[in-house]
Ligand binder design. Structure first.
Ligand code: F6R
Length: 251
């Protein structure tokens, strides 16, 4: 695992955007795996800045998002489809038909999941996968004790995750209890992985993922087995790491 320390959320976002931009410059038809939530918002903003000055061209980029809330249509304001359109897709020159997000209202869940994995395969797999991490160590919406062999599937969100997601919903709005998520095996099949973490709330999960045993209890710990993983951590997220890395200053 390669660990990059950043002094702040903004610096983490800039570093992540540079890695993404470089990926797209080197391979204009890159297949990107994208995450939602609060962590990558700054990264997408930095990427848009690079697009605005002509450094990045999304016209041939293909994207696959990690997950979508089960029960929310793509038009729902809290859906991840809506999030992606507003935060990134409508602000760069990506072709919307090149963007993929699992349907939150599929007619047949099993078919939808299988189709999603098949589509990723048909594009030659994911070149670069962006991940956030849950405070319980989840990646995608693969909650603790998800099988490492899992592919795209319907998941029951944990109490902790539902509570964390509440901040995006208004008071009287029901918070989804389930989601469709790429599986852990699917994530591990990406050629490169970049995990972003910011804030003290992630420090324990980051420490367990990086320095703890590889166990389904901490889904992100599987990343220790991936050949090309970079973690970009701000100081707070790195604050519980015990190894030499936590003593290095941010570069
Ligand atoms: C989102 C996703 C989740 C989030 C994680 C952290 O697509 O797959 O794993 O990355 O829940 O969320 P934030 O960034 O909101 O703390």
């Amino acid at each position: 695992m390669k660990i990059i320390l950043a002094n702040s959320y903004d610096e983490m976002s800039k570093k992540a955007a540079i890695i993404l931009a470089n990926q797209i410059i080197l391979k204009p038809d890159s297949v990107l795996g994208l995450a939602t939530g609060s962590t990558p918002v700054g990264t997408y903003q930095e990427l848009i800045k690079l697009y605005d000055v002509g450094i990045v061209d999304f016209s041939n980029v293909i994207t696959f998002n990690l997950d979508e809330y089960y029960g929310l249509s793509s038009e729902h304001e809290q859906s991840y489809s809506h999030y992606m359109r507003k935060i990134l897709f409508e602000r760069v020159n990506i072709e919307l038909e090149n963007t993929h997000i699992p349907s939150g209202v599929p007619e047949d869940i099993e078919k939808e999941c299988l189709l999603y994995d098949t589509k990723i395969d048909s594009f030659g797999g994911i070149d670069l996968q962006i991940l956030g991490i849950g405070s319980n160590g989840h990646i995608g919406f693969n909650e603790p004790n998800t099988r490492f062999q899992s592919m795209t599937h319907l998941v029951d969100l944990n109490y902790e995750t539902i509570e964390a997601n509440k901040r995006f919903f208004s008071d009287n709005e029901p918070v989804p209890q389930k989601a469709i998520s790429m599986g852990i095996k699917g994530i591990m099949q990406a050629k490169k992985i970049v995990l972003l973490a910011s804030g003290k709330g992630k420090a324990d999960a980051v420490q367990k993922a990086v320095e703890g045993p590889i166990t389904p209890e901490v889904p992100a710990s599987i990343l220790q087995l991936h050949a090309d993983v970079t973690l970009i951590l701000d100081k707070d997220a790195a604050s519980q790491l015990q190894g030499a890395i936590c003593k290095k200053s941010a570069s």
